[in-house]
Write a protein that binds this ligand. Structure first.
Ligand SMILES: Cc1cc2nc3c(=O)[nH]c(=O)nc-3n(C[C@H](O)[C@H](O)[C@H](O)COP(=O)(O)OP(=O)(O)OC[C@H]3O[C@@H](n4cnc5c(N)ncnc54)[C@H](O)[C@@H]3O)c2cc1C
Length: 509
């Protein structure tokens, strides 16, 4: 099948979007808003939803209030609680896909293996598993940052006789009742699932590399009258959305180490974390074990009212000695202690710095994006890469947030990319390619500002590459990113006229 039939005039460029999570659906919606219907969303699974389809572990939920963790174009939804649970968020995404007529654009069961830019024709050739090749003027990756589970490389793991699974590949058939279970990791997923499975197991061993800062989660169900009120007066909802946004901006001040607001926010967060710990953990030694030695926000801050309380239970043990090896029946810690377990659950997160992997993307002159990013991914505004015309990345490098709603960031990006698509259409261009000097200048700014934030303050987090560079998280306020991405500055791009893609060939040579 050839998706590319329509060219720059009339209906607009053909666009292939990879992924149907929040990012892919937002991209489809933005294109529709721009009057472009010639797009196809390729999704390797059989449903929309992205991480909310994949992460079905017990307790999976949002840690941003749903009034903000939702699309601005579909804000009014009858959430049952302040913080949506996984199943509810997945239903919300299905609802959005149906209501905004995005489903008819999705091809399910289509896994993209890679894409090559055909310089002569100014087209992306997109290779699917099974051999099919599609062609499109524009390629948008919306595969997210948290898609490929990270499995720890532990000595002896292959010889373990019990059950093992990752939080994003939950085995709902596994009966935890009466079992002794090891959980590895103390990130946001572990914080949600450990309190749930601790209710069932006989014994739980939690292996932590480093503890996380944990603050209370101010969650509660909406009362019926509240929901009716919000339905009757949607402005109340909009006001709440705005309030949450600016509260997060205040919290961002702490992560960005801003002098006055940052100190206020930091003091507030630290105090609430310390109070929570003191109230829920009476044992001093355990409290010490659960006290981070890095500034708050360096790793993602945890939100839970149950985490600390669960770790203080007598049948739960926190082990911070590190893992020496896995044996057939258990885990041996670095201090030599062997603990027999029936199952190992990985709460170890995702291969977050390997953007777009395992796809192989080749741009001008056959250059490999993976090769280009081998020392750390970078893109102008997190979206465009020089040498890769008409390729845009949603939730790309340095567009994650330490505090705030990723949906806000995704919407800024998809609006920007849709505007780029209209530029192709309205000016009859073959391609837009970000200038290399613009990309370098932008990334020099990111690296400089990284040093002032808490993200590179010395902890081990999923925001960082192996050599400690933050390639994942944005270094400013959400509102600043919104300002920077309001409209594409065409002076930042090489504009290649439709019939002059030879220019691209010349530049590549
Ligand atoms: C458990 C969990 C909780 C989270 N909680 C929050 C939160 O509270 N607040 C917040 O702001 N963010 C949170 N996040 C971050 C979350 O990733 C983003 O908020 C958002 O959902 C990302 O959407 P996305 O569409 O960019 O990526 P994803 O949701 O990962 O969607 C990517 C889609 O691409 C598809 N895909 C991947 N590769 C291919 C391929 N080669 N071919 C075809 N299809 C492909 C996948 O199947 C998937 O459907 C959470 C993440 C996780 C994992």
């Amino acid at each position: 099948m050839n998706v590319s039939a329509k060219q720059a005039n009339g209906a607009g460029p053909s666009v292939v979007i990879i992924g149907s999570g929040f990012g892919g659906l937002s991209m489809g919606h933005s294109l529709k808003q721009a009057g472009i219907e010639s797009f196809t969303i390729l999704e390797k699974a059989q449903d929309v939803g992205g991480v909310w389809r994949e992460n079905t572990y017990p307790g999976a939920a949002c840690d941003v209030p749903s009034h903000l963790y939702s699309f601005s174009f579909e804000p009014h939804y009858p959430w049952s609680c302040r913080y949506g649970k996984q199943a509810e968020i997945l239903d919300y995404l299905r609802h959005v896909a149906r209501k905004h007529d995005l489903l008819s654009h999705v091809r399910f069961g289509c896994e993209v293996l890679g894409a090559d830019y055909d310089e002569a024709r100014g087209l992306w050739r997109i290779r699917l598993k099974g051999g099919e090749v599609l062609e499109a003027n524009m390629l948008v990756s919306a595969v997210g940052q948290l898609h490929q589970p990270q499995i720890p490389q532990l000595k002896g793991l292959e010889g373990f006789k019990g059950r093992t699974f990752h939080s994003a590949r939950w085995d709902h058939g596994y009966d935890f009742k009466g079992k002794t279970v090891a959980v590895i990791g103390t990130g946001p997923s572990a914080v949600q699932l450990v309190p749930e499975i601790a209710k069932e197991v006989k014994r739980l061993h939690l292996y932590q590399r480093s503890p996380g800062w944990c603050v209370p989660k101010l969650d509660r169900p909406y009362r019926r009258w509240e929901r009716r009120l919000i339905e009757a007066f949607p402005l109340l909802h909009d006001f709440d959305r705005m309030r949450i946004f600016w509260t997060f901006e205040l919290l961002n001040s702490a992560l960005l180490r801003k002098p006055i607001l940052g100190t206020i926010a930091k003091t507030f967060l630290r105090t609430s974390a310390e109070v929570l710990k003191h109230l829920q953990v009476r044992n001093r030694a355990l409290r010490a074990k659960l006290t981070p030695d890095y500034p708050m926000g360096c790793k993602r801050t945890l939100l839970s009212n149950e985490w600390m309380r669960t770790l203080a239970q007598p049948h739960v043990e926190v082990i911070s000695e590190g893992i020496r090896e896995v044996t057939a029946g258990g885990i041996r810690a670095e201090d030599g202690t062997l603990r027999e377990v029936d199952a190992i659950v990985y709460g170890t997160g995702f291969a977050s710095t390997e953007f777009l992997a395992p796809m192989e993307i080749h741009g001008l002159g056959g250059r490999s994006l993976r090769e280009r990013w081998k020392n750390g991914a970078e893109a102008y505004l997190g979206m465009s890469v020089s040498g890769f015309p008409n390729l845009f990345v949603v939730y790309g490098p340095n567009t994650n947030l330490g505090a705030g709603s990723i949906i806000y960031m995704l919407e800024q990006q998809t609006r920007y990319i849709a505007q780029a698509a209209t530029v192709l259409r309205d000016r009859g261009l073959a391609s837009l390619e970000v200038r290399v000097d613009v990309q370098h200048e932008f990334n020099a700014m990111l690296q400089k500002r990284n040093k002032q934030t808490v993200f590179e303050a010395g902890c081990h987090s999923w925001y960082l590459t192996a050599d400690g560079r933050n390639t994942n998280t944005w270094v400013g306020y959400m509102s600043e990113y919104g300002r920077l991405t309001r409209t594409p500055n065409l002076a930042h791009y090489h504009l290649v006229p439709a019939k002059a893609s030879d220019e691209a060939l010349a530049r590549a040579a």
